[in-house]
Design a protein around this ligand. Structure first.
Ligand SMILES: Cc1ncc(COP(=O)(O)O)c(/C=N/[C@@H](Cc2ccccc2)C(=O)O)c1O
Length: 456
């Protein structure tokens, strides 16, 4: 098997610098042992997130020069509308500044006090907007998704029995929609199969319950279907993306991921009334309905990014780079979520630091130690991210206590992946010496963004 390389060449570079251990000790303690609070200038390889951190193509940069900054009816809006219709198939588009803005709108429109919204594992902003609208999230993902070592190829699948029991328990009238995420972020970037999505569609259709699709990483999910689901090997990623979307009634999109832009998102629906209400609400919270908080140039870059996101060479290289890092760590016996997901490699902090209880924040600790070793920035995806139970006020204690090494699209080379792998191995070799953290500042909402810690 011959080696293969990225399907692009680099035209512009942004120099990054190595820091010293001393610099990093100072930086991480000033950041309260929270990688979100580090300055990017103090970070060598930034794997905090794949959100908004991808490299745009020369065509997208050219698109930035074609911004029609008319207040109303910008040409770029119509180009974006065409791209959403062509590649995703949804009828009506409401642009927003990013994904959580679309989540805010659809939650406000479709959720009433006391409603239950089933979903395949929670996502932080999605669940918060459901709660702010008076709803309660209910997890219907298969049990395997909560087991980091289980090799189920489609851990994003819905447990149909759990879903049906919920519908029977609460009644369809208390269920405004089922929330389906593709390439489930908190499970480790784990795909849902088309077979399972079709079964969810059949079940919800019986009760006339719509499906709202969090399509933030839909192209990555489509790639896994092409590679792993019987019958799809000869289908294009673009065709599989359409097939996924056509099984849903609407979508929220953070275009900062798959669609390769630094800012942008949208709400797209097929129902005219939901569209009318969303178009009316967007002018309250985001901006006119033809720009939704974005500049014309941003919408142009997004339209082009959507087209590029489903190109076979691009998505194969993107997923290939994540697999490369994951396989390297697995080869060195480092506990990671398996199978390797779509947008990052998730370290199993519970297994790496078994001597730390979740009250000592193992994933938060591991992310800080990784940064200290060589300046690699990762993200806590464990008890801090899980937040507190709205009833009891206690921490939610998730089975998955993870540190996410999230790979931006078209930014880092294989050499960077090697440096990251060696840094993880170094921290892993010294894991017994790692002690835990105490939380000393806890914000009310989405605490993981701004919480501060000190060494226990
Ligand atoms: C599956 C899914 N659905 C919606 C959104 C919101 O989209 P947006 O408002 O950010 O554009 C996101 C954003 N995910 C980013 C950024 C992030 C957000 C909250 C906590 C930590 C990190 C990440 O995973 O790094 C997502 O992954």
């Amino acid at each position: 098997r011959r080696s293969w390389a990225e399907p692009y060449k680099i035209k512009m570079v942004e120099p990054v610098k190595m820091t010293t251990r001393k610099d990093r000790e100072k930086a991480i303690s000033e950041a309260g042992y929270n990688t979100f609070l580090l300055r990017s200038g103090d970070v060598y390889i930034d794997l905090l997130t794949d959100s908004g951190t991808s490299a745009m193509s020369d065509r997208q940069w050219a698109g930035m020069m074609l911004g029609d900054e008319a207040y109303a009816g910008s040409r770029n809006y119509y180009n974006l509308e065409d791209a959403v219709r062509q590649f995703y198939g949804y009828k009506y588009l409401v642009p927003t500044h990013q994904g959580r803005a679309a989540e805010h709108l659809i939650s406000k429109i479709m959720i009433s006090d006391g409603d239950v919204i089933p979903g395949n594992m929670y996502f932080t902003t999605t669940r918060l907007h459901q709660e702010l609208a008076g709803g309660t999230f209910a997890d219907v993902i298969i049990d395997e998704a909560h087991d980091p070592e289980n090799e189920h190829p489609f851990k994003g699948n819905v447990d149909l029995q759990k879903l049906e029991d919920l519908i029977k328990k609460h009644g369809p009238d208390r269920m405004p929609y089922v929330s389906i995420a593709t390439a489930v972020n908190m499970a480790g970037g784990q795909p849902i199969s088309l077979e399972n999505l079709q079964q969810v569609r059949e079940l919800t259709a019986e009760y006339d319950i719509p499906i709202i699709h969090d399509m933030t990483r839909v192209a990555e999910n489509a790639y896994f279907i092409k590679k792993k689901e019987p019958g799809y090997a000869d289908k294009s990623v673009a065709a599989i993306v359409r097939q996924i979307c056509d099984l849903t009634d609407g979508a929220t999109m953070s275009a900062k991921k798959d669609a390769l832009v630094n800012i942008g998102g949208f709400l797209a629906v097929n129902d005219r009334e939901v569209f009318e209400e969303a178009r009316n609400l967007v002018v309250v919270y985001e901006g006119l309905h033809t720009y939704g908080g974005l500049a014309g140039r941003d919408m142009e870059a997004m339209a082009l990014g959507i087209e590029e996101s489903v190109q076979e060479d691009h998505i194969r290289a993107r997923i290939g780079q994540v697999q490369y890092l994951g396989d390297k760590l697995i080869g060195w016996g480092i506990p990671v979520v398996r199978p390797i997901g779509s947008h990052g490699v998730f370290l199993d902090a519970r297994k790496i630091l078994p001597h730390l209880s979740q009250d000592q924040f193992p994933a938060q600790t591991l992310a800080a130690e990784l940064y200290l070793d060589a300046g690699v920035r990762a993200m806590e995806r464990g008890v801090v991210s899980a937040g507190r139970n709205t009833e009891t006020g206690e921490h939610n204690y998730p089975d998955l206590e993870l540190v996410r090494l999230t790979i931006p699209r078209r930014v880092y080379t294989q050499a960077h992946m090697d440096v990251v792998a060696e840094s993880v191995a170094e921290v892993f070799a010294n894991r017994e010496k790692i002690s835990g953290l105490n939380m000393i500042y806890e914000p009310k909402y989405l605490r993981f963004f701004q919480a501060r810690f000190e060494r226990a």
